[in-house]
Design a protein around this ligand. Structure first.
Ligand code: SF4
Ligand code: SF4
Length: 112
């Protein structure tokens, strides 16, 4: 089962809908935790995310934290994206910190 802790973090991020078939941020090489990678069904980057097809994310419900928060925060806003509300700077810092702690913990456990 996908870790409950990360699912709780996802729930704190307002839903954000891309207004056009933009996919600009899917051309960046993204970072994620080991369990997020598993949940995505793996990850490869060849100039763009392997899950991007015909300008759309094919694993949208399983996309990692970084894909969820971009565009959903007042300090990580995207002009083509409209979230149901923007996370404030304070909320963003808090949630990114919680995610970083979680990810580091997973990475440490994977190294064992
Ligand atoms: S979040 Fe913004 S940059 Fe990324 S695909 Fe959506 S509209 Fe494009
Ligand atoms: S997982 Fe989806 S939203 Fe995230 S970079 Fe890949 S295609 Fe884009």
């Amino acid at each position: 089962m996908f870790e409950k802790e990360i699912q709780e973090l996802y729930k704190k991020i307002p839903t954000s809908i891309c207004q056009s078939e933009c996919s600009k941020c899917c051309k960046d090489n993204i970072q994620f935790s080991p369990s997020e990678e598993k949940n995505m069904g793996g990850y490869e980057w060849n100039g763009q995310c392997v899950h991007l097809q015909d300008g759309r994310c094919t694993i949208y419900d399983k996309r990692p934290f970084v894909c969820r928060i971009f565009g959903a925060s007042e300090i990580l806003s995207c002009e083509n994206c409209k979230p149901e509300r923007y996370l404030s700077q304070e909320e963003t810092v808090k949630i990114i910190h919680a995610y970083t702690v979680y990810r580091n913990q997973e990475l440490k456990e994977t190294e064992k």
